[in-house]
Write a protein that binds this ligand. Structure first.
Ligand code: MF3
Ligand code: CO
Ligand code: CO
Length: 264
């Protein structure tokens, strides 16, 4: 059973979603050549705990040791912040999940260090964001969960990129990872969407193979099996009668996609 949010819960999800988005906004000017991922993580932790008076959902989650996930170039997700130094041209995903008043907001975006990367990396980043936005535009009560995977698959196929299969979007509320499991690739998992559902869409798209490897030493960091680059964007959304509300929208996105989508 996929649970539905009450009006009171929706209000709490809006607050948590905005806090998660605000962390990415705060971080933007700090993502520069020479900074370490550990330094960026420390900035996030200070902001979440001391400024937002919120909690990182990741810190201590199944033993995860840091506040956010930072995944660089060939890293797909769950990059553990540490001594890795960022360089101009790196493409970097920062994935933030916060808890405020028991409710979760989960979002990630790509940063391009120095503002410029290789043409193929740039196309990968653009395509992944386009795929997330296209998926958001098919969500409404009465749509099928599998429409999301179908939409993302068409865009990835058009560009000759592959879609990660080992990690999925998820229901989210006062639980981090809940039903439904949101597959980002073509599938036949028929689930009718209903107003009041809250879940993430978070496609990970690779230049080369879709296959991934988990770092054996730290047990977390996922890389592409062929070491080609990977990109990811994530939003937490609320399904509405005629579309969806993007609970983690950032101001920089408002020119490109509205917070409230009418898709019916
Ligand atoms: N934020 C990730 C997601 O999108 C989960 C990270 S769990 C962690 O679902 F433990 F690795 F932080
Ligand atoms: Co998520
Ligand atoms: Co996330």
């Amino acid at each position: 059973m996929i649970s539905l949010r009450s009006p009171k819960e929706i209000e709490l999800m809006r607050i948590a979603g905005k806090l998660a988005a605000d962390v990415l906004v705060m971080l933007e000017p700090h993502v520069k050549s020479g900074v370490t991922t550990g330094e960026l993580d420390a900035l996030c932790q200070d902001y979440i705990e001391n400024h937002q008076k919120a909690i990182s959902a990741c810190l201590g989650y199944h033993g995860y040791p840091k506040c956010v996930c930072i995944s660089v170039n060939e890293e797909v997700c769950h990059g553990i912040p540490g001594h890795r130094v960022l360089h101009d041209g790196d493409i970097v995903n920062v994935d933030v999940t916060v808890i405020k008043d028991k409710y979760y907001g989960d979002t990630s975006k790509m940063f391009i260090v120095g503002g410029k990367t290789s043409p193929i990396n740039q196309r990968l980043v653009n395509t992944t964001q386009e795929a997330l936005y296209a998926a958001l535009k098919v969500v409404r009560a009465g749509a099928n969960l599998m429409d999301i995977g179908e939409t993302i698959q068409r865009i990835a196929d058009r560009e000759g990129f592959s879609i990660v299969r080992d990690y999925c979007g998820h229901g989210i509320s006062n639980v981090f990872h809940d039903e439904p499991t949101v597959l980002h690739y073509r599938n036949r998992n028929s689930v009718l969407l209903a107003a009041g559902m809250t879940f993430t869409i978070e496609p990970m798209i690779n230049i080369g193979t879709y296959k991934c490897k988990v770092n054996k030493k730290n047990g977390w960091t996922v890389t592409t099996a062929d070491k080609t680059a990977s990109a990811q964007f994530e939003h937490t959304i609320l399904v509405t009668q005629d579309g969806c509300e993007i609970l983690t929208l950032r101001p920089e996105e408002e020119a490109v996609i509205p917070r409230i989508l009418h898709n019916a």
